[in-house]
Ligand binder design. Structure first.
Ligand code: PEP
Ligand code: MN
Length: 341
């Protein structure tokens, strides 16, 4: 349930409403918009006398939230959420954030070359897996903490923030020591224990869409993180499994405007995993920005043919900088600013 306060409601009136709700044992989430203050109520609303609440001074309207997610819903929080990542980057608002780097951190030279190049092309966040969820146990599994160290050093040398995957609750403390944005991979979107523990991680979370997850299930997963106390969640559309085999996944670009309608959380697109084939990555990145994405995350590699993971979908440096120049034009055309500025 949400309580929409009158535009002219006084602080005192808003506080009385809050106290009334809290005294019934329910939780209050306040959101101050440009026009109205909205008070979200979480808990068993049967315990609340909504008739009495409705007539309190300063109350304009009471609305029942019908979606099973509350904190993630647009109704609860009408304004867009903007998530700060590291010192100089924000995801959401008018900015379009750029995250780029290799699928996996491989060695010092590789991550340094990537950091140098993506920073020079306007990216703000360096991506790279140190704990890799691979389909085969015989594939490269990542450099683990060594990889995190290498990535942090390379990012710091070039003024970048770091996004990297955390695969289990036991890894959170270590990953949070090096990263600015903690990535939940598609395979872990419904690992509810991990989501709850990330609610207490003290760092923003990038929540990828599960490969067979509906938008509602995805928002329910975001709800776990928000409900556990972490308001800084960024969603990432990374493609879903469909009957189509021409691409690795089907990048669901319609999820971008749908999420914008249903939720206040920022959403970025991952065209690399979305299509899985290098030549299709750039057109889908451009389309994602045109569709309203708050950012993109893109795999690049100094020598994609030699990459230890996801080489076929990784862009070369030249392809990446050309893409950035085109994306910048698209962002400007729709009144946004792309990357570092
Ligand atoms: C990745 O970003 O490298 C990754 C493994 O992504 P996903 O979880 O979307 O497959
Ligand atoms: Mn990858």
């Amino acid at each position: 349930m949400i309580v929409i306060c009158e535009a002219k409601a006084t602080e005192e009136q808003i506080n009385s409403v809050r106290q009334k709700i809290q005294s019934a044992g329910l939780e209050v989430h306040r959101s101050d918009g440009a026009e109205y203050t909205v008070i979200g109520v979480v808990g068993d609303i049967k315990r609340l006398d909504s008739g009495a609440l409705q007539t309190m001074p300063g109350v304009r309207e009471i609305v029942r939230v019908t979606s099973p997610y509350k904190l993630a819903s647009r109704e609860f929080h009408p304004e867009d959420t903007v998530v700060r990542v590291g010192e100089n980057c924000q995801v959401g608002g008018t900015d379009v954030a750029v995250m780029a780097g290799p699928c996996a951190v491989e060695d010092d030279e590789q991550i340094e070359a990537c950091a140098e190049y993506v920073a020079a092309s306007g990216a703000q966040i360096l991506r790279g897996g140190a704990y890799k969820p691979r389909s085969s146990p015989y594939s490269f599994q990542g450099l683990e903490e060594e990889g995190l160290k290498k990535m942090r050093l390379a990012a710091d040398r070039h003024g970048l923030a770091v996004v990297t995957e955390v695969m289990s609750s036991e890894q959170i403390a270590t990953v949070a020591e090096y990263a600015d944005l903690l990535q939940v991979g598609a395979r872990n979107m419904q690992n509810y224990q991990l989501l709850k523990d990330l609610g207490r991680a003290g760092k923003p979370v990038l929540l990828k869409r599960g490969m067979s997850a509906t938008i509602q299930e995805w928002l329910m997963s975001a709800e776990y993180i928000l409900n556990a106390g972490n308001p800084d969640v960024v969603l990432c559309e990374r493609g879903i499994r469909t009957f189509e085999t021409a691409t690795r996944n089907t990048l669901d670009l319609s999820a971008i405007p749908v999420i914008k309608q249903m939720s206040h959380l920022p959403i970025i697109a991952d065209p690399s995993h979305g299509v899985g084939i290098r030549r299709y990555v750039a057109p889908m990145a451009r389309a994602a920005i045109a569709a309203g994405a708050d950012g993109v995350i893109i795999e690049v590699h100094p020598n994609p043919d030699k990459a230890l993971s996801d080489g076929p979908q990784s862009l070369t440096f030249d392809e990446f900088s050309l893409l950035m120049n085109r994306c910048r034009i698209i962002a400007t055309t729709i009144g946004r600013r792309l990357g570092k500025h």
